[in-house]
Design a protein around this ligand. Sequence first.
Ligand SMILES: [Zn+2]
Length: 266
Amino acid sequence: MDLPYFFVDSHAHIDTARFDEDREAVIQAALAGGVTRMVDPGCDLPSSRAALALARAYPGTIFAGVGVHPHDATTYTEEVEIALREMAQEPEVVAIGEFGLDYFRMLSPRDVQREVFCAHLQLAREYNLPCIIHVRDAHEDVMELLRAHGHNLRGVFHCFSGNVAQAEECLAFDGFLLSFAGPLTKQGNALPDVARMVPLDRVLVETDSPYLVPKPQRAKRNEPLFVKHVAEKLAELQGMMLEEIASITSANAVRLFGLGEIDETV
Ligand SMILES: [Zn+2]
């Protein structure tokens, strides 16, 4: 199949057990549908290792992030940091993350989350990698920590879920982009307004597979192929063609993460 454009799923947990049965088929379906690059962010040490292994198995198609999710912040030990540092130097690792603050579920204490957040910023700085940041009910603290420790860093606020004012605060950090996932396709949030205002050079699309299935999909499990539905919604809100949004968001992802040459046919 020759497509004049392709998609990047900038955030997909392809390493998780929910893909153990049919991972190869899921990846091939994405490729056949024009989703030619995927970033798999680790959530803890084992999944960071698994993401790197997948990136090695699918060079040029899957790329890895390494980091510890705020839910698992209490697992961030010195040994874990040493292992993350080793992996951060591998060419298949294109980001530090996902990491962040999640005060909604609060599965790790707030002070531990904040400390581990700052440790990740330090890794991103040392290895010159973009940050993949998870934020839930913690916007103010993330802004505070980035203002204090995030100078000259770059990255993405993944699965952005805030309002226009919060989006503006996020975009005030020059090197940072907003990424939309399945919630953009759902009712009852401020995301359509955010999607209309976000500058086109500051936006990514993602699935956050296997979570957050976008409409109109009815599957129980999300997968990288479905990133098209998010892109379609973004195109509709921006008043653009799907092809244009695909090209723009893919170029943004390639630029942010350093995913290789843009020009290709599937
Ligand atoms: Zn995620």
